[in-house]
Ligand binder design. Sequence first.
Ligand code: 8Y7
Length: 258
Amino acid sequence: MGIINVTPDSFSDGGLCDSPGRAIQRAVSLIEQGADWLDVGGESTRPGSMPVGVEEELGRVIPVVESLASMNFSVSVDTSKPEVMRAAIKAGAGMINDVNALRAPGALEAVAAGGVAACLMHMKGDPRSMQISPRYNDVVAEVKDFLLQRMNAAEAAGVSREQLLIDPGFGFGKAQDHNVELLRCLDQLCDLDAPIMVGLSRKSMLGKITGNEVSNRVHASVAAALLAVQRGAAIVRVHDVKATTDALAVYNLVNEIV
Ligand code: 8Y7
């Protein structure tokens, strides 16, 4: 899954597209590089970021979704707002990627009515404060428990099990040890019986390991994506699509995955 950020303040400028035209150009390029999905986002969720209004987010995201869907690309929309979810689904989105796991009032209903896929991501706290000393007794068990609860809530609201994906939310209310433990033990999420999606691309977890700035985290990101796939991830959300698909081509051939 290739990342298309239509925000002026995203964490990694590699995905930055400040006009619909540039977003579409980047999308076509990512598809050519081997992306199966495009994740379009209009609100930055990086640590410390401020919320964006509904109208602002709709204006950034919907024109891009309409164009990409009309080109028959599979479009995911990164949003936590039910209004944006409904408009995105109407515009042709096939997936809602919600870092808030459909906890906003009306979000579960929007996905149930739309019948599209939804990625439920774990986040402890909110983007403003989540990186202030996050604590867990057992990070893997707690993330798993949260995801199971959200899957059950989704099903109770009429979202079918087949619509759901799950994501441990690397960097969302997690210290370095938590992130590493979650990647090491990612296969334990397979018990939940939903496809696993991960976002590790260029994240500070990789900066802490390598000492590299955001602009120089491609190699570490590719390694992390491969480790996640090896442990059961079905979708990797990345900025560097060509580097990742090349690595996965080697991985798949050696593992006889056609
Ligand atoms: C993730 C994500 C971000 C992630 C899913 C970034 C929107 C920060 N991270 N969605 N979004 N998983 N599902 O660095 O890890 O891209 S935003």
